[in-house]
Design a protein. Structure first.
Length: 265
């Protein structure tokens, strides 16, 4: 089974936003907390006028849609990703609408091409568990962060991954799908981050999933590299299993763990 933090896995998973979109779709349609993770996240950010903001691993830039125009005056934003395909997507989305305060770069968080203390805010959302050398990545994030700046990092915990592992295991008792512990997760994140930042604050987003369209859940599972190589018949079996739960209970209820770490030098 491919490692979640191998460069080849990341390259294949995020060559475009197909897999990411399937994951976002499940959460946006079926989360029980109607505030929404992204609106909650922007309530936690503390951006000031003229701040320089760097997002690492921006994906398809979905969190910024409709929000760039509400940044404080004078702010500049760099959207970056390890995947050239993702950078192309955000450039197409935002370059014409925000030509003066948003730029786009392909960046490996393990080697950020900026001078020390270049940014007031550095963001790494749901991506640190994909990084091969987490130590080097966090050293780099700290290095380019201004003395009074904030490093924002979101991640998940168990929840849907454990649920999905148990579901696949019914059809393949030896499966390793979704069994890998995330290298950076909600449970170990604070311990890891305090090695690099003297101030680390954890904030949990309380939520769960109540899935009423079974195919959305199957598509989420199929989007993971951990099930690559499984035949389509198994996904059909999973659909039938989940659909039976949905019919009996009205929805497929799944626990969810997500949160944010706010770090200061």
């Amino acid at each position: 089974m491919p490692a979640l933090n191998s460069k080849e896995t990341v390259r294949q998973q995020y060559s475009d936003d197909k897999n990411l979109s399937a994951r976002i779709k499940l959460h946006s349609k079926h989360s029980t907390n109607k505030k929404g993770f992204v609106p909650w996240l922007f309530e936690q950010y503390r951006f000031l006028s003229n701040d320089k903001i760097l997002e690492l691993g921006c994906g398809n830039g979905g969190q910024w849609e409709g929000r760039i125009e509400h940044l404080p005056p004078g702010c500049t934003l760099i959207l970056s990703d390890y995947s050239e395909g993702m950078v192309d997507i955000v450039r197409e989305k935002f370059s014409q609408k925000h030509p003066h305060n948003v730029s786009f770069m392909q960046i490996d968080i393990q080697s950020i091409p900026f001078q020390d203390e270049s940014f007031n805010a550095v963001i790494a959302n749901h991506m640190l568990y994909h990084v091969p050398d987490l130590n080097k990545a966090l050293q780099e994030a700290r290095r380019v962060l201004a003395a009074d700046g904030c490093f924002y990092a979101t991640t998940g915990g168990g929840g849907i991954r454990e649920f999905s592992h148990n579901a696949v295991k019914m059809f393949d008792p030896e499966t390793k799908a979704f069994s890998q512990t995330l290298a950076f997760n909600l449970q170990n994140g604070e311990e890891i981050l305090t090695r690099y930042f003297p101030s680390v604050e954890r904030s949990d987003y309380i939520d769960s999933l109540s899935v009423t369209e079974t195919q959305d859940l199957v598509d989420w599972i199929k989007s993971s590299s951990t099930v690559s190589g499984y035949p389509e018949e198994m996904f059909n079996d999973l659909y039938e299993h989940f659909e039976g739960i949905r019919i009996r209970e009205g929805a497929i209820n799944i626990p969810k763990e997500a949160g944010l770490f706010i770090c200061k030098k």
